[in-house]
Design a protein around this ligand. Structure first.
Ligand code: CUA
Length: 660
């Protein structure tokens, strides 16, 4: 069966449950009076792309069939072709030209972050964070520094959800990106000068580190929601003792400064803009442990945390220390957490760019609740469609809400909805299929750009070439610059992005570094050496097109070898790699970078090491030998780079300290 010709409303329960949105989606589809329109586009597509349409189009070109040709459908086809051509033009970025935006997508269970160019939708980089990545030489050798840092905080995999960019005065400043690992309760910080991990920390006491946001306007903290309730203090299995925690981390060191505990749970996070409240949605105010129990109440809540009040409680000693972290019990400090009732099981939590409202998406209710971010009063609850999950903004007073069940983005006017005007819905556009997060460029700041929106769709069904039962997620790029929205491109990704942020390339212009500055541990050209002490061998190695120095060193079987490798290139794009055959070693070093790894010399024999990044015409010649000798055998000492030994360096092209 052609999935594109699938009848509407056939989302099976198992398909519906692939998203984080679990539970009675079928029930919610039946709830409310809004028509399921998710598959209108499907039928249109099936009509345009299907065989019958093709035959019709071909028939139109042959004179004998002319009488049977409907001029209406010809006009329709011409219009569709013109629309496709203009959409293609909008996303076409010629080779060598740069995109306008970086789109940073969380990698979900890939444990990483994906960087795409927008509008071309080209994948530029994957930043491995919570998971080793051999291709990039990241954390895949137990002896490497990146491995040690990762392993010190938990397992070698992660589940990244919410990328958050640092801001200064209400705008992205391009300095830092924070990302959570839901599965293992970690938060990482990425330095946008290098697009590499700068810090990873385990967050104590919480479970299910989910919603993540920066505390605005200062970005002094990043705060992360412990979605899954536990008894952090007593390790009790008694559900009555369960609490949820929101953790406030120093945004730079990622050290947990304090936590707020409360009954209920904490799902998605968003910060007010004026340094007072931060907001979390709660879908389990029942404190239940079964899915049925979690949907008992008709209303759950948005929690508003008064951060200055929490800081005061901290200063006044109104906390208990759990595992070294001050925890403020919201029941003992009135006002630190205010619960604002919203329809049952809300999900998305988004503060408007002007900071006036916080919008809670209904998930099981076809509404978005508009809450005054200062008075914490609910002021409107407009219906928007089925399965509202997240809302984003264009800076022109419009909100864009993702509708999981309807497979749509709905554009609606916030002020009109507040005033109760009936025409607050501006536009709807179908997306393919079952959208989770959606994010417009700059929407987390005070100044959204209002041009592009990404729809992060959980299911791709027939969108791409079939590659077996497992299919990618589908992202769609939507032009929101006009009154009507327009889907202009779709692109797949590895599993499985949750959320995205878009930052204009101008913010990062002249900020992203081309080569690393010399690090303190750098091995300098001409100072390469092999230092032996007992069964430890330190190899201080450099590499440059197209040679490792030393090109040969010796060790005894069982010796612990530590390689300090500096890429002494000074031009960008000249990454080298070091793979050591049969030793499980694979490093990548960018220009100017120093990497370290430790391994144990195996059985006696010859082990070639070689460069893994194709760097020059002599890339294949860029290799050297580790000679492992039996214990007690005499070793030839590496004579140093200046004392050239023809026997050791028979094919060297080195003259003094200069390479040719
Ligand atoms: Cu260095 Cu190939």
């Amino acid at each position: 069966m052609n999935p594109l010709s699938r009848p509407s409303g056939t989302l099976s329960p198992s398909e519906g449950q692939r998203d984080g949105v679990r539970g009675p989606l079928g029930g919610s589809r039946a709830q409310g009076a809004i028509k399921v329109r998710g598959n209108l586009f499907l039928r249109e597509r099936a009509g345009v792309r299907g065989n019958s349409a093709l035959i019709l189009a071909l028939a139109c070109l042959t004179p004998i069939a002319f009488t049977g040709c409907n001029s209406d459908s010809t006009a329709k086809q011409q219009k569709a072709a013109a629309q496709s051509a203009s959409a293609a033009q909008q996303v076409y970025v010629p080779p060598g030209k740069l995109d306008d935006y970086y789109a940073i997508l969380s990698g979900g269970q890939s444990g990483s972050v994906f960087v795409y160019g927008i509008p071309s939708c080209r994948l530029i980089k994957e930043i491995p964070i919570f998971e080793p990545r051999a291709g990039l030489g990241y954390a895949n050798n137990p002896g490497s520094e990146s491995y040690k840092r990762l392993a010190a905080t938990g397992p070698l995999w992660g589940d990244t959800h919410h990328p958050v960019l640092s801001q200064t005065e209400g705008r992205y400043d391009g300095h830092w990106l924070w990302i959570n690992d839901k599965a293992n309760d970690r938060v990482a910080k990425i330095d946008l000068r290098t697009f590499e991990v700068a810090e990873i920390k385990l967050v104590p006491n919480i479970q299910g580190a989910h919603g993540l946001a920066a505390y605005l306007p200062t970005c002094k903290y990043v705060f992360v929601n412990g979605e899954l309730e536990t008894d952090a203090a007593g390790n009790s299995t008694d559900a009555d003792k369960y609490r949820s925690l929101v953790a406030f981390l120093d945004a730079q060191t990622l050290e947990t400064k304090f936590q707020i505990s409360f009954v209920g749970n904490a799902d998605i996070a968003s910060s007010g803009k004026d340094g007072r409240y931060v907001f979390v949605t709660m879908y389990n105010t029942e404190n239940a442990v079964t899915s049925e129990g979690m949907i008992e109440r008709d209303r759950d809540a948005v929690g508003a945390i008064d951060v200055p009040l929490a800081e005061k409680a901290l200063a006044d000693g109104q906390f208990t220390k759990i595992n070294g972290v001050p925890v403020i019990d919201s029941e003992k400090v009135p006002g630190v957490m205010t619960l604002i009732p919203v329809p049952k099981n809300p999900h998305g939590c988004n503060v408007t760019p002007d900071g006036r409202y916080v919008l809670a998406s209904g998930k099981l209710s076809p509404t978005v609740t508009i809450i005054d971010a200062k008075t914490l009063k609910t002021i409107a609850e407009p219906e928007v469609g089925l399965g509202p999950l997240h809302t984003t903004f264009d800076g022109r007073g419009n909100a864009y809400t993702s509708l999981f069940v309807d497979s749509q983005i709905v554009k609606w006017n916030i002020e009109k909805a507040i005033k109760g005007e009936t025409d607050y819905i501006v536009d709807r556009v179908d997306v393919h299929y079952n959208v989770g997060h959606t994010k417009a460029a700059g929407a987390d700041t005070s100044y959204p750009s209002g041009d592009w929106l990404i729809s992060l769709n959980k299911l791709s069904k027939g969108m791409f070439l079939p590659v077996g039962p497992g299919m990618p997620e589908s992202q769609e790029l939507v032009d929101i610059s006009g009154e009507k929205m327009r889907v202009v491109a779709a692109f797949p990704s590895l599993p499985e992005p949750h959320d995205a942020v878009m930052i204009h390339r101008k913010v990062l212009e002249n900020y992203v570094v081309q080569t690393y500055e010399q690090q303190p541990a750098a091995v300098k050209l001409g100072e390469e050496k092999v230092v032996r002490g007992g069964n430890k061998v330190d190899v201080y190695m450099t590499c440059i097109r197209s040679k490792f120095v030393p090109e040969q060193f010796e060790a005894h079987e069982g010796d612990e070898i530590k390689v300090h490798l500096t890429n002494v290139e000074t031009v960008r794009d000249m990454t080298h790699g070091l793979a050591v055959s049969r030793m499980g070693i694979n490093l990548a070093v960018d220009p100017g970078q120093t990497a370290e790894t430790t391994f144990v010399a195996g059985k006696p024999g010859t082990y070639w090491y070689y460069c893994t990044w194709f760097c020059s015409a002599l890339h294949l010649e860029m290799r050297g030998r580790l000679l492992v000798k039996p214990k007690g055998a005499e070793l030839n000492e590496y004579p140093g780079p200046l004392a050239r030994d023809e026997k050791l360096h028979s094919a060297g092209q080195r003259k003094g300290n200069v390479y040719e």
